[in-house]
Design a protein. Structure first.
Length: 301
């Protein structure tokens, strides 16, 4: 942090505040920078990150993470305690930084066998696949100063910054015309059961393959609808597509096969039609018209 800043003008008194009425030079419109040379308590941020298009929350979270020392907590709860934004905006900002290659989360197993998360933050995006990764702590040979969980940053040379490394490839959403029509109908009909489950075309195309897998396991459409709409929270604190994706994450078990080796089932006999006795006109069941049993017995006697 004590390196010379080439983009800052020299001042006779380092760290002195700017003059109250600085001389106006250069452009007369737009922003005019009044710079003060800092010797401590400052953070260097790449212009590619500071001028990144998109959410201002994402840039603010990145600037805050770069400014804190190594080992400072940067979990969602810690960031929500510092910023006024809630969990949804903070978590969305962290996902954008992870997709862009600035943030990396790793699952490591400690010497006690417990799995924990380490977070690495890069001042420039991660490099290509040939860039060596920061050393991982060995669980069998622990060090005295292990990195604090969820907040261990690492630095990558700026000259080698290119594309993200070890991040899951971002696949474009499927076209709605290529999705299973039955799965599309099931997802589009969820709003009939719950008016809050309104999905866009891209969200339906993204969720349709998972619904198709459920149908392949033998589930009926009404069973899938019940599994996706039952016991939903009263206020939906996330988009409906995220809740449905969480419920569709795992494919259900297929139905067990029908039991074999059982004796054949004998069909029940059909009921005989009603007949009227020729002698006493009593109604009785028989295959064809005749006398009832009492009349036949009296006639035989």
């Amino acid at each position: 942090m004590a390196e010379t800043q080439s983009n800052a003008p020299s001042r006779p008194d380092a760290g002195a505040p700017a003059a109250s009425n600085p001389p106006v030079t250069g452009p007369t419109s737009g922003v005019i920078h009044v710079r003060t040379r800092l010797a401590a308590n400052f953070t260097v941020i790449a212009n590619a990150l500071a001028q990144r298009r998109g959410s201002a929350v994402t840039i603010g979270v990145a600037a805050y993470i770069l400014s804190v020392p190594d080992g400072a907590p940067i979990s969602i709860a810690a960031l929500c305690a510092h910023f006024d934004e809630g969990e949804i905006l903070i978590s969305r900002a962290l996902r954008e930084l992870e997709t862009a290659g600035y943030l990396e989360r790793r699952k490591v197993r400690g010497p006690n066998g417990k799995v924990r998360t380490q977070t690495f933050f890069y001042d420039v995006p991660r490099t290509a696949a040939d860039q060596p990764s920061p050393p991982r702590p060995q669980p069998t040979r622990p060090r005295r100063s292990e990195p604090v969980e969820d907040n261990t940053p690492a630095v990558v040379p700026a000259a080698e910054a290119a594309t993200p490394l070890d991040l899951p490839p971002v696949t474009p959403p499927l076209d709605l015309d290529e999705a299973d029509p039955q799965a599309v109908v099931i997802l589009a009909s969820l709003r009939i059961v719950d008016r809050r489950l309104i999905l866009s075309r891209s969200e339906v195309a993204e969720l349709a393959p998972a619904v198709t897998e459920w149908l392949a396991q033998g589930l009926r459409p009404e069973e899938i609808t019940g599994a996706l709409t039952s016991d939903l929270p009263a206020p939906l604190r996330a988009r409906p597509a995220r809740i449905l994706a969480f419920r569709l994450r795992e494919t259900p078990l297929p139905a067990p096969p029908a039991p074999t080796g059982l004796p054949p089932v004998t069909p029940l006999p059909l009921a005989l039609p009603w007949q009227t006795c020729d002698g006493c006109e009593r109604a009785f069941r028989a295959a064809e018209p005749s006398a009832c049993r009492d009349c036949r017995t009296a006639e035989a006697a």
